[in-house]
Design a protein around this ligand. Structure first.
Ligand SMILES: [Ca+2]
Length: 545
């Protein structure tokens, strides 16, 4: 395969990552040696060109909620924004997110929001369908969305809404073309790029130039759509940002804002350290004195991942500096906060801010050194927890705190309820609107988690987990290794694996049983294996086979 393409790569051997634009003649050998993840990105961008079949909205059966007002809704989704990196949480001293804080102060904060799979495509499919990954079958970042899936905006259209999608879709290979459920379509191929993006607007490719920045382009296009909408109909807007996905690139005005911020090294960052580990000296080490550590029972795959693509000692094949990576993330996040501010300002200026529901959410979490890891996928808290905020003064009291455990599969039923539509029977999520109103309703007391091993990032095995108010049980599949049990209340950073303690055997047994019951009851024991066309992304042999 030979084709001309422009890629961004990171040059090794420099104190901080230097991003440089290369003109490369694409070849398998080059990519597996220099930038293997791009090889997969590009291979899959040409792998799936199936036409997208649209379902006619009128064929969808919807049941309306009697007397309900069809409310305007804006859903803002960010990428890889971890749950606690917002100004109001105080997690990162000096980090400022005034607009996210505004939603939190004037609306509701979900204190226990989780995704059922911490990976871009599966989580996005769960948000759009209200289904677990093993049900919608978008189980990894390359699995296409089957034609029989119904995305919740299709129900909104059927109820008379005008709907718009703006941003990252990332399901079904790398196809940027319009998907069912949206009157206005703005998207891009796969992960997209931060600067000078090529955008698909209602089926036409448009190239943005002059250092245009993706977060601003998407925000401006979404607000243009709102300004020109049919004011006789209710609206639903899905603003789906590329930020803050790696490789992080802040807006130019934000670059360097946090050059002096104190980086926080988490409690579990050094548990798997060895004499050959990188030295981390710039940031502040967490106080570990309050916690009991059981380093003997850290799974081997976690130890080994420390020295992998997604570990602090060998990040992106040793090409990335942890401290710079951390700073870049915070600065890229500022663009998201700015976008949220523009949306809120628009609503206020147009007298829509009392009635419109605005939801802000991340598609999955992100580790910054916890357990010696970066990235997500695994079932630790930083990966499966997400930021989730909601504001709608007509419905939600300022300063509302929702303690119940809510999931990405609850988004679709909740937005439909706010639109006056009952939850479709096939959806596995539950509307959390009652919780937003402060009502006491029966609610789940545990959540289940799944992650499926994927070829592109083989260092994380398949993970299943069950998370109750107190405990988390994590089962790894496909590796000869130890499982994990944590008392999350006493051990929020998951450093004391209880799995071999005699007094916890009955708890582990019960949680394991619940996990399998959930999988059996939701038809989750049959995971589709999708065709893999390329070689394994194994750094060890570096493209020599
Ligand atoms: Ca993501």
């Amino acid at each position: 395969m030979q084709m001309q393409t422009t890629i961004t790569c990171i040059r090794k051997g420099t104190a901080s990552p230097v991003r440089i634009q290369y003109q490369y003649m694409l070849s398998t050998n080059l990519f597996t040696k220099r930038c293997p993840w791009l090889f997969f990105l590009i291979v899959f961008s040409f792998a799936d060109k199936k036409p997208i079949k649209a379902q006619a909205p009128q064929k969808l059966g919807i049941t309306k909620i009697a007397g309900a007002k069809p409310r305007n809704v804006i859903f803002i989704l960010s990428d890889n924004h971890r749950y606690d990196f917002m100004g109001f949480t105080g997690k990162v001293p000096g980090l400022k997110t005034p607009n996210l804080d505004r939603i939190a102060n004037e609306g509701a904060v979900f204190q226990n929001a989780f995704v059922t799979t911490a990976l871009c495509s599966p989580s996005r499919a769960s948000i759009l369908t209200g289904l677990y990954a093993h049900t919608h079958t978008v189980v990894d970042n390359d699995a296409p969305a089957p034609d029989n899936l119904v995305f919740f905006p299709q129900y909104l259209q059927a109820a008379g809404y005008q709907t718009g999608f703006f941003g990252k879709w990332h399901m079904g290979g790398d196809n940027p073309d319009p998907r069912p459920g949206f009157n206005r379509w703005v998207s891009f191929r796969g992960q997209g790029v931060y600067y000078n993006p090529e955008i698909n607007i209602d089926g036409k490719q448009v190239k943005y130039k002059d250092s245009s920045y993706i977060t601003e382009v998407l925000t401006d296009l979404s607000l243009d759509w709102l300004k020109n909408r049919d004011k006789e109909k209710p609206f639903f807007m899905y603003l789906s940002h590329k930020a803050v996905h790696a490789e992080f690139q802040p807006a130019r005005r934000d670059k360097g804002t946090y050059k002096n911020i104190q980086i926080q090294y988490p409690v579990s960052m050094f548990s798997t350290e060895t004499p050959s580990s990188r030295k981390f000296t710039k940031g502040k080490r967490a106080d570990t004195s309050r916690f009991t550590f059981n380093n003997a029972d850290i799974p081997r795959w976690v130890r080994e991942q420390r020295y992998s693509w997604h570990g602090v000692d060998f990040m992106y094949h040793g090409a990335t500096d942890f401290d710079q990576f951390y700073q870049d993330y915070l600065e890229t996040l500022l663009g998201i906060d700015n976008s949220v501010g523009k949306v809120l300002d628009y609503l206020k200026e147009n007298n829509l801010d009392e009635e419109t529901l605005v939801i802000y959410m991340g598609d999955n979490g992100f580790s910054f050194g916890e357990h010696g890891l970066i990235d997500k996928r695994h079932a630790y808290e930083e990966s499966m927890r997400v930021p989730l905020l909601a504001r709608c003064p007509e419905v939600i009291k300022p300063g509302t705190k929702v303690k119940e455990m809510v999931l990405n599969i609850d988004i679709a039923p909740s937005i439909l309820e706010m639109a006056g539509i009952k939850t479709p029977e096939k959806m596995q999520g539950t509307s959390f609107v009652s919780l937003l109103k402060g009502e006491k309703v029966p609610w789940r007391n545990k959540v289940f988690y799944e992650y499926y091993w994927e070829n592109a990032c083989p260092q994380t095995p398949t993970q299943y987990a069950v998370h109750t108010d107190q405990y988390k049980f994590i089962r790894s599949i496909g590796v000869w290794d130890i499982d994990q049990l944590y008392d999350i209340q006493k051990d929020p950073y998951e450093v004391n694996n209880l799995i071999r303690k005699p007094e916890f055997q009955s708890i582990a047994k019960d949680l394991n049983s619940q996990l399998w019951t959930w999988l059996e009851n939701t038809n989750g024991t049959f995971i589709p294996m999708k065709r893999i066309n390329n070689k394994k992304n194994d750094h060890l042999y570096r493209g020599t086979w």
